[in-house]
Design a protein around this ligand. Structure first.
Ligand SMILES: [Zn+2]
Length: 314
């Protein structure tokens, strides 16, 4: 299904279809109907194939409108998200189950999605340079490694390679942060599926983890804490999965801001992250965004730097 690939030229086919159709079935009207259908499906969600059946329309028409709703059309806000669940199509293929943004997602689905990912995903140089422009320079990268620093070139960085736990340290100045992915426990140790039995997380079999949660959520609130304390003066936070916009609304520590309180750039295409060793990873199975924290001057520069990547909302 081509909807996860950016740049598919739907427009040509859509135009001829549209010309032959009635006013009631304009692109915008079909999009509204599809969105209402997805909202009505709630947490169960809908696949493109199920929409094709429900609306008796061809695949291209449905997938183009789903792409719009998922942030592929820069003129529109992102209204639906990948739930992490998959259901078979009529032909037996595995299809993305879409849910309306803000719909609570199935935590099991979330955990299994992250389990397939390496926590190491470096920010592509293009995004780093936009961040550097917005910040006017990068004083600290608190979750990094020597390899990523070859292009991030922060004034200082913390890395577990050097035995440092960046999460525990103060973050001073202009911060660039691409937090670790996956799940982690209350000591920021990675947690992998069934690692209690297999030791795949690096701890001996039989160990336990407590307060297991998405790493990026914990690192977000650490940044919000440093920013509220005034040590971090401005920051660019690379949000690996827009799920953060949902789950930071739950159990928010008192006095701390959430990403939705700040400027956010929603890239018009999915970001392909850099894998250890320099290869570019496959596009992730979910959308990313970039969050900017700072004063008015920073906000103007952030908008200037990121507007050509995707819609910037404040
Ligand atoms: Zn473990």
């Amino acid at each position: 299904m081509p909807i996860t690939k950016a740049g598919v030229p739907f427009a040509t086919r859509e135009t001829s279809f549209q010309a032959a159709d009635s006013v009631e079935n304009t692109v915008a009207a079909i999009r509204r109907k599809i969105y209402r259908h997805i909202v009505a499906a709630g947490r169960y969600g809908v696949t493109c194939d199920e929409l094709e059946v429900a609306f008796e329309r061809i695949h291209e028409t449905i997938s183009a409108r789903v792409w719009d709703l998922h942030g592929g059309n820069r003129e529109l806000p992102t209204l639906i998200v990948d739930s992490g669940m998959r259901r078979p199509t009529r032909r037996g293929r595995s299809a993305i189950v879409w849910v309306a943004k803000g719909t609570e997602t199935n935590m099991l689905a979330t955990a299994s999605r992250h389990s397939s990912e390496s926590p190491e995903h470096y920010t592509p140089g293009d995004i780093v340079e936009r961040a550097r422009f917005a910040l006017g320079g990068i004083d600290l990268d608190p979750a990094s490694c020597a390899e990523a620093q070859s292009w991030i070139k922060a004034g200082a960085y913390y890395s577990s390679e050097n035995g440092e736990d960046g999460w525990m340290k103060p973050w001073v100045g202009r911060v660039f942060l691409n937090p670790p992915g996956g799940m982690s426990d209350d000591q920021q140790r990675p947690v992998r599926p069934k690692c209690r039995e297999t030791g795949s997380c690096g701890l001996p079999p039989g160990h336990t983890h407590s307060d297991v949660e998405a790493s990026q959520k914990k690192w977000w609130f650490k940044l919000a804490f440093e920013y509220a304390a005034g040590r971090t003066t401005a920051a660019v936070f690379v949000c690996f999965s827009v799920e953060l916009l949902q789950n930071t609304q739950v159990d928010t520590p008192p006095g701390l801001s959430i990403p939705l309180d700040h400027m956010i750039c929603f890239p018009s295409r999915r970001i392909a992250y850099v894998r250890p060793g320099g290869g570019v990873g496959a596009q992730p199975p979910h959308a990313s965004c970039v969050v900017g924290l700072g004063n008015e001057a920073f906000r103007a520069r952030f908008r200037e730097a990121f507007a050509s990547l995707g819609r910037v909302v404040a």
